[in-house]
Ligand binder design. Structure first.
Ligand SMILES: NC(=O)c1ccc[n+]([C@@H]2O[C@H](COP(=O)([O-])OP(=O)(O)OC[C@H]3O[C@@H](n4cnc5c(N)ncnc54)[C@H](OP(=O)(O)O)[C@@H]3O)[C@@H](O)[C@H]2O)c1
Length: 244
């Protein structure tokens, strides 16, 4: 029997890749990992699926194969794929990027959560959904309208879903990972100061070595999903807990 099923989005780089590596080190795990690009890893415990999660029609057509049935003890969904969006003030945005950012950061996690419940709601397994949110869900940052809005929506969705799904024994978290040294932070540092007033602060995070590594954060996420009884609140921030 496979002990743990993990469905992970955004596994091809950054935080998602580090989460993937944590789970690949475990025994008895089946992993479905979804990004547009794949790593090409040849592992029996891993199925990589190339999918653009900002495209609703493609996602809908693939849904049936993303949630395999089986006799699992733990079933975990980590909605990690995300995009900072177009870093520009309101009044300079593009309809297409507004749609893509909200679809990827909010609509897709909602759809995947909903499908998870349909597939596993009645299973006796331990069931956990982690939506990777951001401090930006709770704090407006000029230039990040798409990002802040989508992450705030994801945090609220997590709270509603957690309340509804308690009776089915499904734990839902909205988890802020802190400031992590990934391609997303590199993209943020490329923003134009006139579009993003906080640019200098983000440049300093890098030069002053204030960023966490994806590996540190992934270790904390593994700790959270392995010890859900220690984490009561829906809204979590990795900066507020340590492993062990
Ligand atoms: N880095 C930070 O400081 C920070 C802070 C707060 C929150 N977060 C959140 O943490 C999560 C991971 O971020 P990260 O920093 O690791 O970002 P990243 O390095 O840019 O990685 C993003 C991941 O999402 C996937 N992805 C992007 N667009 C996609 C699409 N349209 N369809 C499917 N997959 C897509 C990417 O793979 P492909 O390009 O191959 O599709 C990649 O695997 C995100 O939700 C982000 O909002 C990050």
């Amino acid at each position: 029997m496979t002990k743990t099923l993990l469905i992970l989005t955004g596994h091809s780089k950054g935080l998602g890749k580090a989460i993937l590596e944590e789970f690949l080190n475990l025994e008895n795990v089946k992993i479905l990992a979804i990004s547009r690009s794949t790593l090409g890893l040849d592992r029996e415990d891993l199925q990589e699926i190339s999918l653009d999660l900002s495209d609703l029609d493609t996602l809908e057509s693939k849904l049936p194969e993303l949630f395999p049935q089986g006799d699992f003890e733990n079933i975990i969904l980590i909605n990690n794929a995300g995009w900072i969006g177009e870093i520009k003030p309101v009044g300079k945005l593009e309809p297409k990027t507004i749609q893509q950012a909200i679809q990827l950061n909010l609509v897709s996690p909602m759809i995947l959560t909903d499908t998870f419940v349909k597939a596993y709601g009645d299973s006796v397994a331990t069931k956990i959904i982690v939506n990777i949110s951001s401090g930006a869900a709770h704090k407006p940052l000029p230039g990040w309208a798409e990002y802040c809005t989508s992450k705030a929506g994801l945090a609220m969705f997590s709270k509603v879903a957690a309340e509804e799904l308690k009776l089915k024994g499904i734990k839902v978290y909205s988890l802020a990972p802190g400031i992590v040294d990934t391609a997303m932070q590199a993209d943020i540092r490329e923003a134009r100061a006139e579009d993003f007033p906080a640019l200098e602060r983000f440049l300093n995070y890098k030069t002053e070595a204030q960023l966490s590594t994806p590996e540190e954060v992934a270790g904390k996420i593994l700790y959270l999903v392995s010890n859900p009884e220690k984490f009561e609140e829906v809204i979590q921030d990795v900066r507020n807990f340590s492993v062990g």
